[in-house]
Design a protein around this ligand. Sequence first.
Ligand SMILES: Nc1ncnc2c1ncn2[C@@H]1O[C@H](COP(=O)(O)OP(=O)(O)OP(=O)(O)O)[C@@H](O)[C@H]1O
Ligand SMILES: [Mg+2]
Length: 289
Amino acid sequence: MWKLSLKVKENLLIRTGLIVIGNRAGLEADLGRNLFGQHIASDVIVKALTGFMNNGNPKKPLVLSFHGTTGTGKNLASQLIVKNIFEKGMDSPFVHFFNSVINFPYASQVETYKSQLQHWIRGNVTNCAHSMFIFDEMDAMHPVIIDGIKPFMEHQYKLDGVSYQKAIFIFLGNAGGEIITQTTLVSWKAGKKREELKLEDVETALSSSVFNYYGESNVVDFFIPFLPLERQHIVQCIMVEMVAMGLQPDHNKACEMADKIVVYIPDDERRISVSGCKRVASRVRHFMQ
Ligand SMILES: Nc1ncnc2c1ncn2[C@@H]1O[C@H](COP(=O)(O)OP(=O)(O)OP(=O)(O)O)[C@@H](O)[C@H]1O
Ligand SMILES: [Mg+2]
């Protein structure tokens, strides 16, 4: 079990059912069941969160950075994490989701966004030390805003009596995605199984994306690669959608559809879906009509 060391106020929050003390097995099973083809990401996520949640006195907030091409499950993974920590999931008042494109659209306004965000983080962590902040579309995040939130993620940061050590920050973006894809293809061509790919194999790709977002600071604890999805995973996503539509999942039909509704690369081998499982759901619905 994740044992959080809780102060009185946080105990109260737990009693009112707003925070769930999750457990490792729950998250592991949830990722295993619902996040297809991401053995590296699942493994790192479980280890990172378990280590953090079991640590009664973390030295800094937990900072995770998700990298991968479109439709590989970055948002899905963040939702599964949230669901296993907060009873109300994404609706929890302690989970704060930002999308750079939607929330910080104008370059001319970055200073305002920055100070509003700093204020928001400070206020919410004061209210609940275990607050979680998720930033989507990091590729579109202005460096000024990133610089503005970095101090919250550093070691032993305390400002105006507020400590941020128990907060969790998750960043989602596409940086590094192309290199992760190339690495996956090279490994496949060398005859290796997908499951044999290790974090170390894609770390170089990730270290270049580090630079893109975070400059030279080292606030990020774990860079988490999301591998490009293969046809077998698209088939799984189609089956999920069949169930969601109230239909009997039909593997043969799903295989047939996986060839029709998704574009695969490289041209000759047709190994990897260019858009992962993105828009698979709506295409399945369209196809089934
Ligand atoms: N690995 C996966 N396993 C199961 N479903 C997936 C996976 N990847 C994507 N999906 C499904 O595809 C859709 C898009 O996924 P998601 O939003 O998580 O992608 P993303 O990696 O955040 O993409 P983007 O970079 O475009 O934001 C969702 O419906 C999601 O459930
Ligand atoms: Mg996304």
